[in-house]
Design a protein around this ligand. Structure first.
Ligand code: NAP
Length: 505
């Protein structure tokens, strides 16, 4: 049955009105009215989250695992309705919403399994040494503890997997931290139906209702208030560099600064080494075009820049990429604002006389067609703006004169989510030069693949040095992401009967 949003905020188990309404802007289907968020609602949600922490933060791992699995079940129970409103609001295809739902429920269950195993607690024990000279050593144990209420900003480009009950929320709830979600105004109805699923899981498992709240946006004050609320202890964010930086600055300026785990922009450069290019330039060009246009290029891991050595193989590579990109039809972007930013990005490239257009297209409104440009390594290094992310299916080929120049370029890149080497056996010496450079730049370094497609596993890092993220020690995907919402505590000479239960099971 079709889902009609109630248009309200969910605060600690209650659906509440806000201050006025905003109307959603779906790519197709009916628009709906949603209550605008207020500072007062943020206060209520944060206070309820702190209240919930007093029980949920000290609950057993089995209780939290059952809650996470119940959320996954409740999302599945609303599968068709979620897909329907999700496709309407975002313009993403049905198959994408279905796939993302599987990823979202998979993440929730992965975290349930993960906390049950207990490794994340990183339990450490140093036995007492009563006879040590010149002074005895006390017994010391260490364990990771949840930090308290966490704020999560839903991402526009993953309405399920990085949004209301997405990776940040799953990781925080798994850790024992209540969550206050600031919904993304690009998909408020999708946010609401997922919040409804979380509420059903709260009721089913009996956890404190303050463990989850969703405040819809429609007002910048909501985001500002949530990161500044004294009871909020950390923030998970995926979005733009400008928005992320503004919120990061607010977190740093608080009387009690808190960590802001922002996953921001990235151009995800690829370095195509000579032997690989000689062997399969066309295949690489076609593969790149596929990765660049997937989901209208609206992935944070979209490989926007390909660095190649000038010559006939580079010509074959660009010709194959142009041919493949020319066949890609218009795709609907997530919001009018994101489409406008894409068209502005295209105009930035077109305005440069240092940049050679390989494929330029005309798209307008909320639609995007691919664009491809080319520049020399020297000119690229002289124009910093060209190394900034254009969110969408826009690619830049950078032609360098040698692998030496390729390495120089690699050294000049800012922090990235990913960096990719394409190589054959004969490229090994060059790859050995690049690998140490690239691992300083990126959270994930790939060989012979394309970075779109982020596996949700134990060994995934989705993060990287600034501006890819605001915290290079963290990942927002995979089980390690729980670490963001924990802090180590040492217990010295504490009798066993007083220790947290997690030490004992
Ligand atoms: P955004 O503009 O950064 O917004 C993300 C969230 O932060 C929204 O909830 C927004 O609230 C809030 N926000 C942003 N600036 C704020 C501020 N100064 N104060 C308080 N709240 C603030 O990102 P977006 O809307 O998702 O997309 C816009 C651009 O972000 C895209 O064109 C793309 O460049 C980039 N993007 C990057 C990634 C990535 O994975 N790296 C993903 C998505 C988008 P409102 O809804 O009220 O504006």
């Amino acid at each position: 049955m079709a889902f009609t949003p109630n248009g309200k905020h969910l605060v600690a188990g209650q659906w509440l009105d806000g201050n006025g309404t905003f109307t959603s802007s779906p790519a197709h289907g009916p628009a709906h009215a949603f209550a605008v968020g207020t500072v007062e609602l943020v206060n209520r949600a944060a206070e309820a989250a702190e209240e919930a922490f007093l029980s949920y933060g000290y609950s057993s791992r089995a209780t939290r695992a059952a809650f996470l699995r119940a959320i996954a079940d409740e999302i599945e129970a609303r599968a068709e309705a979620i897909t329907e409103i999700g496709t309407q609001e975002t313009g993403l295809p049905v198959a994408r919403l279905q796939g993302e739902r599987g990823r979202t429920t998979g993440q929730l269950r992965l975290f349930a399994d993960h906390i049950e195993k207990g490794d994340f607690l990183d339990r450490r024990f140093d036995a007492a040494q009563p006879d040590r000279q010149p002074a005895p050593r006390p017994e010391i144990r260490l364990i990771q503890r949840p930090i308290g209420p966490v704020a999560v900003f839903g991402a526009s480009n993953f309405p399920l997997a990085f949004s209301t009950a997405g990776g940040d929320t799953a990781a925080a709830l798994a850790a024992g931290c209540p969550v206050v979600v600031k919904g993304h105004s690009a998909h408020p109805g999708t946010g609401e139906i997922v919040a409804e699923a979380v509420l059903a899981a709260i009721e089913k498992t009996g956890v404190h209702p303050g463990v989850f709240s969703l405040i819809q946006g429609g007002n910048r004050q909501v985001g500002e208030a949530v990161v500044q609320h004294p009871l909020i202890k950390a923030v998970g964010f995926t979005g733009s560099l400008a928005g992320g930086r503004a919120l990061f600055n607010l977190c740093a300026a608080r009387p009690e600064p808190i960590p802001f785990f922002g996953e921001l922009g990235s151009v995800n450069p690829m370095f195509l080494l000579p032997e690989a290019m000689k062997a399969r330039a066309e295949g690489l060009g076609q593969g790149w075009a596929g990765s660049l246009t997937m989901g209208a290029g609206q992935f944070c891991t979209n490989p926007g820049i390909a660095v190649v050595t000038d010559g006939a193989d580079a010509d074959r590579f660009t010709a194959a990429a142009v041919e493949a990109l020319s066949k890609v039809g218009p795709q609907t972007m997530l919001t009018d604002g994101i489409a406008k930013a894409y068209h502005d990005g295209q105009a930035r490239f077109e305005s440069r006389n240092t940049v050679k257009p390989l494929l330029t297209t005309q798209s307008s409104g909320r639609e995007a067609l691919p664009n491809l440009f080319e520049i020399s390594g020297e000119q690229f290094l002289a124009d910093h703006a060209l190394s900034e992310e254009v969110f969408g299916p826009l690619g830049l080929v950078v032609r360098v004169s040698s692998v030496d120049e390729m390495e120089k370029l690699a050294r000049n890149f800012e922090g990235q989510l990913t960096a990719t080497i394409h190589m054959d056996a004969g490229d090994l010496d060059d790859a050995k030069r690049l690998r140490p450079v690239l691992e300083r730049k990126a959270g994930r370094v790939l060989v012979n693949g394309f970075p779109t497609g982020v596996e949700v596993v134990d060994s995934m890092v989705h993060g990287g040095p600034y501006p890819a993220s605001t915290n290079f020690g963290a990942t927002s995907v995979g089980t390690l992401s729980i670490r963001r919402f924990l802090r180590p505590v040492s217990y010295q000479n504490m009798p066993e009967c007083l220790l947290p239960e997690d030490f004992l099971n």
